[in-house]
Write a protein that binds this ligand. Structure first.
Ligand SMILES: [Cu+2]
Length: 160
């Protein structure tokens, strides 16, 4: 554990906007540009587990929002529903897990800042084994790279 924490203290210098923590590779964290009134911002990235042990994304924090939550998405009666992933998101050995619009995702609840498109913001992701990992999310407009984020779905989240 101590060795892992040490490795994480090394600043990530990466033009490719990828991050590494132990045997986890965190690829291109991004957030969808949302309307100024949106109560949540979605966060997405791809996690590759190159190790022999399973790990779990449990949560995290970011200066730009009150809370960072991990959400799961499932189709119930043809409607996409989201709820906090109580046990986090498992990343099995050798697996590539994509957090993306319409699927499991990171939810930034009650944004305090609204970074503009192409701006980056910091976040700390908490993994069961890899521990705390600092990453940077880049804000992207809709309709780029991956699918269009279903922003209206996020409004369905109830407040606790
Ligand atoms: Cu959500």
């Amino acid at each position: 554990m101590a060795a892992l924490m040490l490795a994480l203290a090394v600043p990530g210098i990466s033009a490719a906007h990828d991050f590494k923590a132990g045997s986890l590779e965190l690829k291109h964290p991004w957030s969808a540009k949302a309307p100024p009134v949106a109560p949540v911002l979605g966060g997405y990235l791809t996690i590759v587990n190159t190790g022999a042990e399973s790990d779990r994304l449990l949560g995290g924090s970011t200066p730009v929002a009150e809370r960072l939550e991990i959400h799961d998405s499932s189709i119930v009666d043809g409607i996409a529903r989201m709820r906090p992933a109580k046990d986090g998101i498992e990343i099995a050995p050798g697996a590539t897990v994509s957090l993306q619009p319409g699927g499991a995702h990171i939810m930034l609840v009650n944004p305090k800042q609204r970074p503009a498109e192409r701006e980056k913001f910091k976040a700390t992701l908490q993994f069961e084994k890899a521990g705390s990992v600092e990453v940077e999310f880049v804000v992207q407009g809709k309709g780029k790279a991956t699918a269009t984020p279903p922003a209206e779905d996020h409004n369905a989240h109830g407040k606790p």
